[in-house]
Design a protein. Structure first.
Lengths: 445, 407
């Protein structure tokens, strides 16, 4: 298909995306579009440096390959390079989508589905501003490389989201309800979720009190625990951060004790949902990677390059947010595994603490942060009213050691809108979730 | 019927750095074109990527009129203006050489640090909006974005901090001098003078401290009564010294918004008095606001209100005069903070420096900062300096009195 230049590793990723977007503002149609896009990302590697090009003119792929090759320094030993050895060499089994194709569902049906939720919102007078979105994407990717690999990968995701601002007596509160999945049928049950979220938001609007800054025992919901796992630890397990960094490698050595022995965290690209990645953008198949087992560091997330540098196996985590970018090491669906007690037992062990139900956003660097939306005081093991919290934060080195309970059921969640940001690549679809997680001595503002 | 074309072209080269060495060189040539048609108070939109597809997009946009998406306003017209800002962007070879030279200097002067960067970019970003009502707007902006992440070789963090700028010019020595000031200060640990209310400064481009206005001054929310500031137009809510205005050009954005509205200098808050929310034409028509150059749109999307176009008016004093000989905190990295629904503010400051006489003199411990929107932009507002934080960027020093605690 392409004439790959001699003495270099090359690959070409072609992405064709069909997307639907329906957006209402306070019940009035604001946007309704079906978009088809195509673009290509071209990579050339000479054993030392990578050369990339991102283009929308698909007829120019060969020209870009040749142009990048002129910037590179070909090597007759390129096939022996460890990174190149890690790249796929065979024609892969195509992962063509076999469920109900979102492209076959008429736009009118998607629009009517979204509009069916409006009465639940308009019935509540305190909701002064709201918007509703239906969105879906069907992505077809082709990957060709100079080792002879050819892959076709198709996947889809759809979701519905309602954002609400509630106002009463000079107080305001904003929240959202959403549901997402790989098939249209996965969106069933959204009405129940929306009704519940409206009721919670009203209670928060009418009765929340600002928390006094300090250290608290915090219980994280499956959503909050998922974001906690992602931000506090997941990013540190991405091996590209460790390349050439002896201190990081020593600090994050496999086997290091980070938390209690009932603490397990995994990343799994084969899980259906918004983190589903059957093949990554280098052609590596999905892999379940155990990151923490029995409280000890057990694995890392890799691309072909980072795996080669560390003498480990590629894990199917080389992902690009779109054809505009190169694949870098990213998470897929990352979550705590089930733990050591029931949810009820977990709450019962809190005399004076906080329950974090939903999260506006999080970040993960030396200090991770979570900005809660719906949060509650816990007194004597019981929920004791809504709490306004700006941010909770901590250091992953300390905080994992302060986890003292994890509930015994895992709930995984999918999302549309938003996503994970890493450097310039945002938003990447990922999955979150987990059990309830209890952490002592968390810093709360 | 009015036909309109919205074209966005990104022509960019970037270098990625890993472990203090260049890792990759990337070029981008991305062209997106939106086609809009207006008829009978409605808008139809479609688009295409690359060079081909205009006729088909026009047909789809006309077909989209059947969705009856209301657009009860007149498209912009009878205005032709073209503005090209900045010089030439780097060629791939030149950017590669510049990054190599910067890295060589940094490795030599600061061997105790490791450097990385997701992308050091140089590019020309072109936007054009034209229609058959006489609108012909063109903007080409050449921008350089140099972002270096640093960490001590002995540090077990992903990164310890960054120094960066975005601007129209590049000067190696000026950038290295800025880097040296930051890295020298990072190496010198100093204690926090005291916990409690302290003067705290950050770059005025920092979104964290302004995001409350992005959220609460969104036209639809404001007009619907759902904003913290709804119904308070004309009221003096903040400090006399606080003026928030439209700043597309100061933020390196085209002089026109996605609807062709040019409103540089439009004031949302003037001397502490709330004047107007962010509004695109449709939102403005609905609530009787003034369209104020804050519309944004996907290339193939309906224009809606954007909210990130805002700048705080600077004062006559430079940073040294603002400090008046007193020490202050400069927040270099504060990630993850937010405002509550009631306007309460809290954030960790992962990297903060002690600031004396306009210079960074040492690294403070990690901090927690808190206040509320009415306090920090009211009695505790210290203002924005007349001078920039570093010579290649137009970011200025923005200060507040905040409650400061060690983490």
């Amino acid at each position: 298909m392409f004439k790959f230049p001699e003495g270099l590793y090359c690959d070409v990723r072609i992405e064709k995306v069909r997307a639907t977007f329906v957006h209402y503002l306070k019940g009035e149609l604001h946007e309704m579009r079906e978009r088809e896009t195509a673009g290509a990302f071209v990579r050339v590697f000479d054993g030392k440096r990578w050369y990339y090009s991102s283009i929308t003119a698909l007829d120019n792929v060969q020209q870009e390959l040749d142009r990048l090759a002129k910037l590179a320094a070909p090597s007759k030993d390129i096939a022996e390079n460890k990174v190149v050895k890690n790249m796929a060499a065979k024609k892969g089994r195509p992962h063509e989508f076999t469920g109900k194709d979102l492209r076959a569902i008429p736009l009118a049906e998607k629009n009517a589905f979204l509009a069916s939720f409006f009465p639940a919102v308009t019935a509540e007078k305190a909701i002064t501003m709201w918007s509703a979105v239906y969105s879906d994407t069907f992505t077809h990717k082709e990957l060709y490389n100079s080792k002879g690999a050819e892959f076709v990968n198709e996947q889809q995701l759809c979701g519905v989201r309602v954002l609400m601002t509630l106002t009463e007596n000079g107080h305001t509160f904003s929240e959202a309800a959403q549901k997402a999945g790989g098939e249209f049928s996965n969106l069933t049950g959204f009405r129940q979720a929306l009704d519940g979220r409206i009721a919670q938001s009203l209670e928060f609007l009418r009765g929340s009190a600002r928390v006094k800054p300090g250290k608290y025992t915090v219980v994280l919901s499956p959503l909050a625990a998922g974001i906690f796992a992602h931000e506090s630890f997941g990013h540190k397990s991405e091996a590209d951060f460790m390349l050439g960094d002896e201190t990081m490698l020593k600090e994050w050595h496999i086997g290091r004790q980070l938390g209690p022995d009932f603490l397990h965290i995994t990343d799994d690209g084969a899980r259906p949902g918004s983190g589903f990645t059957p093949y990554d953008d280098e052609g590596a198949p999905a892999h379940k990677t155990t990151l923490i087992k029995n409280g000890r560091l057990a694995g890392r997330l890799h691309s072909a390059q980072t795996a080669a540098a560390m003498g480990e196996q590629a894990t199917g985590n080389a992902r690009a947010v779109s054809f505009e970018f190169e694949p870098i090491v990213r998470m897929t669906t990352t979550h705590f595994e089930a733990g050591n007690m029931s949810k009820e037992e977990l709450f019962a062990g809190v005399d004076d603490g906080l329950f974090i139900d939903t999260i506006k956003h999080g970040s993960g660097m030396s200090t991770f942060t979570l900005a809660p939306s719906l949060a509650y005081f816990i007194k004597d093991g019981k929920i004791a009213g809504p709490a306004q919290v700006s941010v909770i934060s901590g250091s992953v080195f300390d905080t994992f050691g302060l986890i003292d309970a994890i509930s015994d059921k895992v709930e995984l969640l999918s999302f549309v809108g938003g996503g994970c940001g890493k450097m310039e690549q945002w938003p990447l679809m990922v999955g979150f979730g987990g059990p309830y997680v209890r952490v002592r001595e968390m810093s709360v503002l | 019927m009015i036909n309109e074309t919205y074209t966005l072209v990104k022509d960019e080269v970037s270098v990625k750095i890993s472990a203090s060495a260049p890792e990759s060189l990337r070029t981008k040539r991305i062209k997106r074109t939106g086609v809009r048609v207006y008829r009978d108070g409605c808008i139809g939109v479609s688009g295409f990527m690359g060079e081909d597809g205009a006729d088909e997009a026009r047909e789809r946009a006309e077909a989209a009129l059947a969705y009856k998406i209301s657009y009860p306003c007149q498209p912009s017209g009878k205005l032709a203006r073209s503005l090209t800002i900045g010089g030439k962007s780097f060629t791939p070879e030149a950017l590669d050489a510049e990054v190599a030279a910067l890295l060589a200097a940094l490795r030599k002067e600061f061997p105790q640090f490791m450097f990385s960067s997701p992308s050091i970019k140089s590019g020309t970003y072109t936007e054009a909006l034209s229609n058959d009502a006489g609108l012909a707007l063109f903007s080409a902006i050449t921008l350089h974005e140099f972002v270096f992440l640093y960490k001590l070789a002995s540090s077990s963090s992903i990164m310890d901090g960054w120094f960066a700028y975005a601007g129209r010019e590049h000067d190696r020595q000026a950038f290295l001098a800025y880097a040296a000031q930051t890295l020298d200060a990072y190496l010198r640990e100093v204690p926090l003078p005291a916990e409690g209310r302290l003067p705290v400064f950050c770059e005025d481009s920092k979104g964290l401290v302004k995001q409350i206005f992005a959220r609460e001054l969104r036209g639809m929310t404001f007009g619907s009564g759902g904003s913290l500031f709804s119904g308070k137009t004309g009221q003096k809510l903040f400090s006399e010294n606080f003026t928030l205005f439209n700043s597309r050009q100061e933020d390196y954005m085209p002089f026109f918004d996605a609807e062709g509205v040019c409103a540089e200098g439009f004031k949302y808050i003037e001397n502490g008095v709330l004047r107007a929310p962010f509004a695109d034409k449709k939102t403005a028509a609905k609530f009787d606001f003034t369209p104020n150059g804050s519309a944004r749109a996907e290339y193939d999307g309906t224009p809606s209100t954007g909210e990130e176009v805002m700048k705080i008016k600077s004062q006559a004093k430079n940073i040294e005069e603002m400090l008046g000989g007193e020490p202050a905190v400069f927040v270099s990295m504060a990630s993850g903070g937010d405002f509550t629904s009631e306007g309460g503010f809290g954030t960790p400051a992962q990297v903060a420096f002690l600031l004396k006489d306009g210079k960074l003199v040492g690294r403070l411990p990690q901090l927690q900062l808190s206040s509320s929107v009415y306090e920090m932009y009211g009695k505790d507002f210290l203002g924005v300096s007349s001078d920039t934080v570093m010579p290649l960027s137009n970011s200025r020093w923005l200060g507040f009195l905040l409650d400061v605690r060690k983490m």
